[in-house]
Design a protein. Structure first.
Lengths: 745, 515
């Protein structure tokens, strides 16, 4: 037990150590990577984030500027916005204001827009107009005198941006605001501009633009031609130093005021604009450390998880190995060796054993197929699927539409091939199956499955050719082609029937059940009718009638062309019918088998043989009837005999009825019918019909009287009833009977 | 007949419940009742109505607890529609706005309150409503009242008053003019006589803007008997709606304006200058006359304002001065929905808020802090806390308030500048220079369907463009008979006839529903 625990420990430990080693290696690589790169990556990512932020801001800002320039261009091209002299045409100011409304009512960037025509002394907005002098007086810029403001507006040949500065004015909400002022030439060609647009933009709009900074304190600047036009400054850094152009790329580190700073800027863009931001280096370092720490903080947790995973995997791997080991190495036999080596040895042993079993199985396969064929022929498989599965287990794929049974008695010493998938039958496409030896028949039974019905006939032919081999005669018989597997027993019987027909049909071709059974269907019903007549005569104990009926049957058989198979079928039917109907009357010690031995049928090969056998049987049956009658019911039998005689004397009377007969013999009709049936094996009415039919047969064959007269003669009112009854009893119409029997007579 | 009986029964029931509710403030509260309310809230001020000190006080007084569902201004309309559409109506709807014609008259989802009010269920409110003479504003087209009003009367009967430079009159020894001719002559003297004594011809005799009744030239049409307002319609003595710009007096005034501009008496900048520029000019001290809301506490500097005095509108020959009349417009205060389980308790709770001290406290804060009760029994504001701090204690503008002018004067001391405006209004009222029937009945009182509102808005924008352009044209370039005909044709083309017809229909419909 302790040894077992030790083995278990060693397997788990081995895996645990392996996985842990792998995890440690990965961790070492990861830590080295993070240690090397995380600081630089974090620093670069912060710089990149700032560059991205500046780029977004620049794009947004420049889209605003583009919109303003577009407005100036469109207004410059508007034919309704043309310079005029206000003192001469003041009403045009009203029209101009209406024209300006659509250009100035949608902007979210600028607060107000004023229009100034070159050389004019007035400014117009969509809601007000005033002199330029009043505008300059009302708009008191922190860093511009009214004169300077006026001069800037009048010099309208290029885009001018007045940096953000405090403006005192009643024209804008709040009276004291920081504004950025854009003076944009009116029209597409600055040199020939007819005026300019003055856009007043609140600094709060810029502050909103800068407000997307989320990484702590920083300064942000928008510059034009080196001058800051708007800024958000949270850090006390010297602006000149912060905005000094850099030759180090997009970011640079500089020292000012005893601190290190990082400046990030975009290169010069449209309209001479530049965008820059400044961060405290210490803040960046703190952020970098924070990111690295956050990254490393996960490592212990990951290590614990990975180690746990390694242990779990080790246990998971060791478990099945231990199970395999215990299966392969019985505890008692297990020497103290390496477990995996033991498993290897065990697997080798199993492989050898498996090969041996496989070999045995291979050898046993024909037996198994033999067993399968017999089981299949006996209909032991409940469903098609079950049969297919069983066949697959013995290497046969039988799920094909058609199958048939072939019987073949090859010559002595023929090396009988049982496998249809092997030479010499493997050339036939779509065929599978197997053969078994039927020792009693000295024949091979092939159970064959095929995709095509015709392939089965081809196989039968191939079997015949193969069995003939050196020219020795042999018989090959084949059942009909079947599809439903449950018809397998029938197929066997068909093949056997065809095989039995070899005495008649010879051995030159395949005996097909389809061929040998063709005439049975026609001949057997008529023979059956005649047999019924013999049975009735036997039942009546009427010797002359019995002889007559036996003669009639033999006459029919003699004049009918039939195969021995059909003959044997009829023979079989006649003997079987008589023995079943009257077998109880056979003398003691006499068995039915004496007259009806299926294996002795071959000794009865002619009608004359049947004649002798049949008369001998009937004699035995007739002899057996009398003692039985004498034993009991003699009086009743006499009464019935008297009834029968009476009916024989009066059957031609159409008025003869059961009621009349019963009344004559003082019997009830039910008693008469029951007693008559017990005595004669048929009802009185059946007997009456029999008498009339028998008489009619005589008249039909011995006279040329019309059918109608004969029908009246034998007791029918009308010929139709007679014909129906006659055919019912004989299987032929009166006219057919006359033709068949009269001519022969 | 059956309706009358039901009304009578309702009135009796209301009277009984009203008797019980009358001493609500003084007596012990009735057993606690909880109601739900959809409460309007200002967009930019968050008010915690469910924990407001003021409503706790009202609950203590009435025994009625209200659970408030606060809705911001921008979502108010859709919230109200949704509440009615879903069929889950609050018991009370408070402040904001409500289409009582739709939900009360047409869909019957509001409780008619007239029987309750008349039956004494709301003694505070009912008394004030009766005194105000404003009941008609609250009466829906089916003759019922489905809402309680919200009113802070300012006693303002017109927007702009005329002011003339008293210093200049005195310097030139001129009387206050009373006719158009006299005024014109006075203006000429202002232009030519250097009344400010600075030796420059920088005087602007008349300074106006264009298109309103405050600083705009619209007010000048009153000299010719035409009450031209920003909606362009007024009601004549026969109760017919008239379109002011189509009147002959419109053209007569326009011709006078042309004369003034041509003579340099009216600053031509009126056609394009806004009120900022106008105020800047007035503040320069060179303007002789203007119209404005009042003088104190405005864009005018106190020094400049002190130089002016009120003047009555002058009258043209064969005309009587007529300014557009303003009036107190009652806003929506409260309504009860059909789902309200306790109408008596609801009205008791509401009426408690109309009790004078409660009401003034709800607007101005607690007595002893932001509100003071003077020895004469009137209340006055002590100070206004910064940063909307009042809303942390009282609902202010979002609460219930109903103060018609006479009542308000009796209980409240307004700020000085409001007193000034009120005095100007009384003066104009006494002088009989205001139109007889306020145009506000058309534009604010008589209810309109949404389709009528939309159509009127569209037509007004078209008509305004035509009218303003014509004023500018006539004042700066003049016009003859042909121009006058063309102007009238442009007005018709812009839909003046339909505009008047809609207003007439709205007004007739509303008048027909009045008791």
């Amino acid at each position: 037990m302790g040894e077992k625990r030790g083995r278990r420990g060693s397997i788990t430990l081995r895996y645990a150590l392996s996985y842990t080693a792998v995890v440690l290696l990965i961790f070492a690589a990861l830590v080295a990577y993070l240690y090397t790169l995380s600081d630089r990556e974090a620093r670069e990512s912060i710089i990149t984030a700032q560059i991205n932020r500046l780029t977004r801001m620049a794009n947004q800002h420049e889209s605003y500027l583009s919109a303003m320039l577009n407005t100036a261009e469109e207004m410059g091209l508007n034919p309704h916005i043309e310079p005029f002299r206000y003192d001469e045409e003041p009403w045009k100011a009203y029209d101009l204001q209406l024209q300006m409304v659509p250009y100035t009512s949608t902007s979210t960037f600028c607060d107000q827009v004023y229009l100034h025509f070159t050389g004019e002394d007035r400014l117009y907005s969509s809601s007000a107009s005033m002199t330029l002098e009043m505008f300059c007086r009302l708009m008191r810029y922190e860093r511009l005198t009214p004169e300077e403001t006026r001069a800037l507006i009048q010099e309208n040949d290029r885009l001018t941006i007045l940096p953000a500065q405090r403006v005192e004015s009643s024209l804008v909400d709040g009276n004291q605001l920081r504004l950025v002022t854009f003076i944009v030439p009116l029209g597409a060609n600055p040199g020939t501009s007819k005026g300019s647009l003055i856009f007043l933009v609140k600094d709060s709009v810029y502050q909103a633009l800068f407000s997307d900074a989320i990484d702590g304190e920083l300064n942000t600047y928008i510059l034009q031609d080196g001058e800051v036009i708007a800024s958000a400054e949270e850090l006390p850094v010297d602006r000149a130093e912060a905005l000094r152009p850099s030759e180090e790329g997009e970011s640079r580190v500089f020292r000012a005021g005893g601190e290190d700073w990082i400046a990030v800027s975009l290169g010069e863009r449209s309209w001479g604009l530049r965008y820059a931001t400044v961060l405290r280096s210490a803040d960046v370092n703190r952020a970098v450390r924070g990111r690295v720490q956050r990254t490393f903080a996960l490592l212990p947790l990951l290590a614990v998880l990975a180690f746990g995973l390694a242990l779990w995997l080790a246990r998971r791997q060791a478990e099945p190995i231990r199970a395999i080991h215990s299966l392969l190495t019985p505890e008692a036999d297990a020497p103290r060796r390496d477990e995996l080596q033991q498993i290897s040895t065990g697997i080798q042993r199993l492989t050898n054993r498996n090969q041996e079993l496989s070999s045995r199985l291979e050898r046993a396969m024909p037996m198994q197929r033999h067993d399968f064929v017999f089981r299949f022929m006996k209909g032991r498989y409940a469903t098609r699927e079950e049969a297919v599965a069983a066949a697959r287990a013995v290497g046969l794929e039988i799920d094909r539409p058609w199958f048939a049974v072939i019987l073949c008695n090859g010559p002595e010493g023929w090396d009988r091939p049982f496998e249809l998938n092997q030479p010499p039958f493997d050339r036939l496409p779509g065929i599978t199956g197997a053969g078994v030896e039927l020792v009693a028949l000295k024949a091979i039974l092939y159970l064959a499955f095929a995709e095509e019905k015709e392939a089965l006939s081809a196989l039968a032919e191939a079997v015949r050719r193969e069995s003939e081999g050196d020219g020795s005669p042999c018989v090959t018989a084949m059942s009909a082609a079947h599809q439903a597997f449950e018809e397998a027993p029938a197929a066997y019987l068909e093949a056997a029937a065809a095989f039995d027909n070899r005495f008649v049909m010879g051995q030159q071709a395949v005996l097909s059940y389809d061929a040998v059974s063709a005439d049975v269907a026609e001949i057997l019903p008529r023979a059956a009718k005649l047999t019924t007549s013999i049975s009735q005569a036997l039942a009546l104990g009427n010797r002359s009638m019995l002889d007559e009926r036996i003669d009639e049957l033999l006459r029919f058989l003699k004049r009918t062309h039939m195969s021995p198979f059909t003959f044997r079928m009829i023979y079989n039917h006649v003997i079987d019918t008589l023995i079943h109907a009257h077998g109880a009357a056979l003398a003691s010690g006499t068995t039915a088998r004496e007259y009806f031995d299926i294996f002795s049928l071959s000794s009865c090969q002619s009608i004359d043989d049947l004649d002798a056998l049949l008369r001998r049987l009937c004699d035995s049956l007739m002899a057996g009837e009398s003692p039985a009658e004498a034993a009991e019911g003699l009086r009743e039998a006499d009464e019935i005999d008297q009834v029968m005689r009476y009916m024989e004397g009066h059957f031609s009377d159409p008025e003869l009825s059961m009621a009349a007969i019963a009344e004559s013999f003082d019997l009830s009709t039910s008693r008469l019918s029951l007693s008559f049936k017990e005595r004669a094996g048929m009802t009185p009415l059946e007997y009456l019909t029999l008498l009339r039919t028998e008489r009619a047969k005589v008249l039909l064959t011995e006279t040329e009287r019309p059918i109608r007269e004969i029908s009246e003669e034998v007791g029918y009112y009308d010929a139709g009833s007679f014909i129906r009854r006659f055919k019912q009893l004989t299987g032929e119409t009166p006219l057919q009977y006359r033709k068949l029997h009269g001519e022969k007579e | 007949m059956r309706g009358k009986i039901i009304c009578l029964l309702l009135a009796c029931a209301a009277a009984l419940s009203g008797c019980a509710a009358r001493p609500a403030v003084e007596e012990a509260p009735a057993p606690a009742v909880t109601l739900s309310a959809l409460q309007y809230e200002l967009e930019n001020i968050a008010i915690d109505f469910n924990h407001l000190w003021f409503f706790q006080r009202v609950e203590e007084q009435t025994g009625v607890h209200v659970d408030f569902d606060e809705v911001k201004d921008s979502e108010w309309s859709s919230s109200v529609s949704l509440a009615f559409a879903r069929g889950r109506m609050p018991d009370l709807i408070l402040r904001g706005s409500l289409d009582v014609e739709e939900y009360g008259v047409r869909r019957g989802l509001l409780v008619p309150l007239d029987a309750y009010i008349d039956g004494g269920a709301m003694p505070n409110y009912a008394a004030r409503l009766a005194e105000s003479g404003l009941r008609e504003q609250l009466t829906a087209s089916d003759g019922h009242m489905y809402q309680l009003g919200f009113l802070i009367s300012q006693g303002v009967n017109t927007n702009g008053h005329f002011f003339i430079n008293r210093a200049w009159l005195e310097a030139l020894g001129l009387p206050v003019p009373e006719t158009v001719e006299a005024l014109t002559e006075t203006l000429r003297r202002f232009r030519d006589s250097d009344p400010d004594g600075d030796g420059q011809r920088n005087e602007i005799p008349l300074a106006f803007t264009l298109d309103d009744n405050n600083t705009g030239v619209y007010n000048l049409f009153s000299f010719f008997g035409l009450p031209l307002n920003e909606e362009y319609v007024y009601i004549d003595e026969a109760g017919r709606v008239r379109f002011a710009p189509e009147e002959d007096s419109f053209l007569a005034c326009a011709a006078w304006l042309r004369q003034l501009v041509a003579e340099g008496l009216l600053d031509v900048d009126f056609i394009s200058q806004g009120s900022n520029i106008w105020a800047e000019k007035v503040n320069q001290g060179h303007v002789g006359m203007f119209s404005y809301w009042r003088l104190q506490n405005t864009a005018l500097t106190p020094e400049v304002a002190a130089a002016y005095q009120l003047m009555l509108p002058v009258r043209a020959a064969d005309a009587k001065a007529c300014l557009p009349r303003n009036m107190d417009i009652i806003e929506f205060g409260a309504a009860l929905t059909r789902d309200n389980p306790d109408i008596a308790a609801s009205l008791r709770w509401l009426d408690a808020q109309f009790e004078t001290e409660n009401m003034l406290v709800s607007q101005n804060g607690e007595v002893g802090d932001t509100l003071t009760r003077r020895a004469d029994g009137r209340y006055e504001v002590a100070y206004v806390p910064a940063e909307n701090a009042l809303y942390q204690r009282v609902p202010v503008i979002c609460g219930q308030f109903f103060a018609p002018q006479a009542y308000y004067d009796a209980v409240y001391v307004p700020a000085a500048h409001r007193e000034e405006k009120k005095a100007y209004c009384q003066r104009y009222e006494e002088a009989g220079v205001l139109e007889e029937t306020s145009f506000k009945y058309l534009t604010a009182v008589a209810p309109k369907t949404a389709e009528e509102n939309a159509r009127l808005t569209r037509l007004k924008a078209r008509l305004k463009a035509v009218v303003d352009a014509e004023i500018v044209t006539l004042a700066t370039q003049g016009g003859d008979e042909a121009e006058a005909e063309a102007f009238r044709a442009r007005l018709r083309e812009a839909g003046s006839e339909e505009y008047v017809a809609i207003y007439q229909q709205v007004y007739d419909r509303w008048k027909g529903g009045q008791p």
